[in-house]
Design a protein. Structure first.
Lengths: 339, 300
């Protein structure tokens, strides 16, 4: 199912939640909507679901205008952050609900529903828990039930609103893998909302980064990380040291710091340097090492510049062994944006 | 399962055995220590109050009734007149609780889910039966529903007699019981989260299916509590009923009134016998309702 969002606008009172949003999603894609809270990512997801309706613009499914169609008519599967399971129903009846409420000839026979429930329980590895009530399950198990309930109606698109937000780190990791596996097994177009960049970059085929109701950039995880289109994306995705200064003659200068401006025009600018893009360089600027600690194969180094600003550097453990006292470093790579 | 953490056994077996010389405080004999203080105090006060206010007076009823021989007891407690009074009392209380069960859900729905002008006034009106002297309510209802009353005059041509008969009793009990249902349902309905309804909608359920299969079942346990409270209140109600009931023996005489009549004739033991039967039936019904409730709460 291809999905097109065309200049969608949505206001809550006077506050614009979505501001001319355009987005094209290909069939079978797994897309993350990433952004800080209040960026409009959940509103966008709910607009795609038919739980929220835009003030202007269009939502198209497979070229068909569904802007004001109900959630049921769109055949979307929606997974909520707080699971939204039906507490008074067993797991099996929760999963069967979407098939059970169908009327007349659309309603599959009982045996068919039972078979489908069994199949979905297997898919999310909850075999044998069909008779339990949601209150008898752990958070991770509840979210899997919510996922299989959404999949039971064979949705044209699966939408997840911060699906792992309420879970602890270990469960979150394993459920992420599980979502990827379920997506690959079913091939259903999937969109999920998250504020966790690691989750978005690690799971999605493409990531759309939202800020203040606009899409700042959409691209593969590599693209948005390595070639951030805007200062916001650069600061939000991945770690980065941020400097304010000026560009003149192709170089960015901020106090004692200076490096190549990568084609930004003259004038005031903001620059970002990833911690791993700093390297020892006698032609660079001087910093004083404050603290270093091991981070897996790397060492994270905190340092201060001559004018007292804080810098985070990340280097291989071998290289970091030479980081002590006052050293000279340079930026191998930087992202400079004219203001 | 994902969130199981294996426990390490060494830490437990390596613990030194306590020597008898420096043993700490002894484990209490009949209860586990709890980190929440005040168990002894609160339970003690509870039992004292319950005994003084509830248990001792109620056992006095049983003791008083035991003055009768079995034959006399049956004659007093199961006379034709008493049986008719029980039927009316429990029947009217049940019907009133059912009606309150229906309108209570609608009233709560309107109060919880919508904003409308005058909502605070409606909210206060719901509580009025709690505070109003029941006799005042009874007189007001009787005046309204009497054949020449404001409401009664329009019912009479339709062949409906709404006062001085069992219908009048039921009307009084509906008035008395409504706030119990509304106030028990209110917090539960307020806690129903919108996303559960959105989930049902996204799965293809229409409004009717969502209400019938998601919202009402979720309210079930609270509804039963409200129903039980309204029913219990109706069984015990006296003040408002006697003004509208007409109090005709065998027809519109409630059991509490029968008890008063026996007392006025100084037949204390007979009054106690009737009271004992009411006590027993009420206790049994509340027990059954509680059992149903426990069953319906199995998923919480």
């Amino acid at each position: 199912m291809t999905i097109s969002i065309r200049s969608v606008e949505k206001k809550f009172g006077r506050y614009p939640a979505l501001n001319h949003v355009d987005l094209e999603i290909a069939d079978g894609e797994l897309v993350a909507l990433l952004g800080p809270s209040g960026s409009g990512k959940t509103t966008l997801l709910r607009t795609i679901a038919g739980l929220e309706f835009p003030d202007a613009g269009q939502v198209l499914f497979e070229g068909q205008d569904v802007t004001f169609a109900s959630a049921a008519a769109r055949r979307v599967g929606f997974v909520f952050q707080q699971y939204a399971l039906f507490k008074h129903m067993t797991v099996a009846r929760n999963i069967a609900f979407g098939l059970d409420v169908r009327k007349g000839k659309d309603k599959p026979p009982k045996a068919e529903i039972a078979r489908r429930v069994e199949e979905l329980l297997n898919l999310v590895e909850l075999e044998g828990l069909g008779k339990r009530y949601p209150s008898q399950l752990s958070g991770g198990q509840r979210q899997r039930v919510a996922l299989s309930r959404a999949l039971a109606v064979q949705p044209s698109v699966l939408l997840l609103d911060e699906p792992f937000g309420a879970l602890d780190a270990t469960v979150r990791k394993s459920l992420r893998k599980e979502l990827r596996r379920v997506h690959d097994a079913t091939g259903v177009t999937t969109i999920f909302v998250t504020h966790d960049q690691e989750e978005a970059l690690g799971l999605a085929d493409r990531v759309a980064i939202l800020n203040a109701g606009r899409i700042e950039q959409i691209g593969t995880p590599d693209e948005v990380h390595d070639n951030p289109a805007t200062p916001f994306v650069c600061g939000f995705v991945g770690e980065a040291n941020r400097f304010e200064g000026t560009v003149s003659g192709g170089r960015f200068t901020s106090g004692a710091l200076s490096f190549a401006a990568n084609g930004a025009g003259d004038g005031p600018a903001v620059a970002f340097v990833r911690p791993h893009d700093f390297a020892l360089d006698d032609g660079g600027f001087e910093v004083r090492v404050v603290r270093a600690h091991v981070q897996g194969a790397l060492t994270a180094v905190s340092a201060t510049t001559a004018d007292g600003r804080h810098i985070e550097i990340s280097a291989s453990r071998a290289e970091a062994a030479r980081f002590a006292g006052a050293i000279k470093i340079a930026a191998r790579r930087s992202h400079v944006y004219s203001l | 399962m994902l969130d199981d953490h294996p426990m390490t056994a060494e830490t437990i077996s390596a613990r030194p055995r306590p020597s008898s010389a420096n043993r700490g405080p002894r484990r209490p004999l009949f209860r586990r220590r709890s980190a929440i203080p005040g168990f002894g105090l609160t339970l003690g006060v509870t039992l004292t109050i319950l005994s003084l206010i509830v248990l001792i007076p109620l056992s006095a009823v049983a003791i008083k009734a035991s003055a009768l021989s079995p034959g006399e007891f049956v004659a007093a407690a199961f006379s034709e007149r008493a049986l008719a009074a029980y039927r009316l009392t429990f029947g009217a209380a049940f019907v009133a609780a059912v009606i309150n069960g229906v309108f209570g859900v609608l009233t709560t729905w309107a109060l919880v889910r919508y904003e409308f002008p005058g909502k605070a006034v409606v909210n206060a009106l719901v509580d009025l039966p709690f505070a109003l002297p029941t006799a005042v309510a009874g007189i007001a209802l009787a005046t309204l529903y009497a054949p020449n009353g404001w409401v009664g005059q329009y019912l009479t041509p339709l062949g409906i007699k709404a006062a001085y008969n069992p219908i009048g009793v039921t009307i009084a009990l509906i008035f008395i019981g409504l706030p119990f249902v509304v106030r028990t349902l209110e917090p539960v309905m307020r806690d129903l989260s919108a996303d559960v309804e959105e989930a049902a909608a996204s799965l293809g359920a229409d409004r009717v299916a969502t209400i019938a299969r998601i919202i009402l079942p979720a309210l079930g346990p609270a509804w039963l509590t409200g129903f039980a409270l309204a029913f219990a209140r109706g069984v015990g109600e006296y003040g408002s009923v006697i003004f509208i009931a007409g109090n005709m023996p065998y027809k519109s005489e409630i059991a509490p009134l029968l008890i008063i009549i026996q007392l006025e004739q100084f037949e204390y033991a007979n009054a106690a016998a009737i009271a004992l039967v009411m006590l027993g039936v009420s206790f049994l019904m509340l027990l059954v309702i509680n059992a149903i409730q426990a069953w319906s709460r199995r998923f919480v």
